[in-house]
Unconditional design. Structure first.
Length: 182
């Protein structure tokens, strides 16, 4: 295992995911007694934004400084899924996100993660598409809006669902068209 800066940032994101979940779902915990729920929303949003920033920077640094590792290639998407899972499950539990929307997003995420593992094991190269990057941005914006309980949050969530399903279909098509690199 190589613990360079990008991998450290991904590990930091792994640790921030359960912290985000706590701020979303443990609102009645003794730790938070006397704290207004809007402050819990603010801290959850802050944790999410900081964790999301590590997602951008770990990839940017890994590519820009030529610090890509096999460990990082596995850890980065895992950290992303842990963060998205913590956010979306927490938001469903506090009744701010539609369960069907979250089900569709998470099902796609896990399916594509499995497909990526299979592609790597077969020596196939199926790179992330622009649609996948746009999907991620919209998911993150929707999560931020949902955490803060802002207007249009539900609309943004459904836009994210559409983009998520589209990018998933694009990924499957890319996989079927890819050839083994070995």
């Amino acid at each position: 295992m190589t613990l360079n800066l990008p991998n450290f940032l991904a590990l930091l994101r792994v640790m921030m995911a359960p912290l985000l979940f706590v701020f979303l779902v443990e609102r009645d915990a003794a730790l938070f007694q006397g704290i207004h729920p809007s402050w819990l929303d603010f801290f959850a949003a802050l944790i999410f934004v900081l964790a999301s920033a590590t997602d951008f920077f770990d990839g940017y640094i890994a590519r820009g400084w030529n610090q890509m590792t096999k460990f990082g290639a596995i850890l980065d998407p895992l950290a992303d899924k842990m963060l998205i899972l913590a956010a979306f499950l927490g938001l469903v539990m506090i009744d701010r996100a539609n369960g069907w929307a979250i089900y569709l997003i998470l099902t796609r995420e896990f399916f594509i993660t499995g497909l990526r593992v299979m592609a790597v094991s077969e020596g196939r190269n199926v790179a992330a598409s622009m649609a996948g990057k746009v999907k991620t941005v919209f998911q993150m914006i929707a999560i931020g809006f949902l955490i803060m309980n802002w207007p249009f949050a539900t609309l943004l969530l459904w836009v994210a669902v559409g983009l998520t399903l589209y990018s998933g279909a694009e990924y499957v098509i890319g996989y079927t068209k890819s050839e083994k690199s070995c």
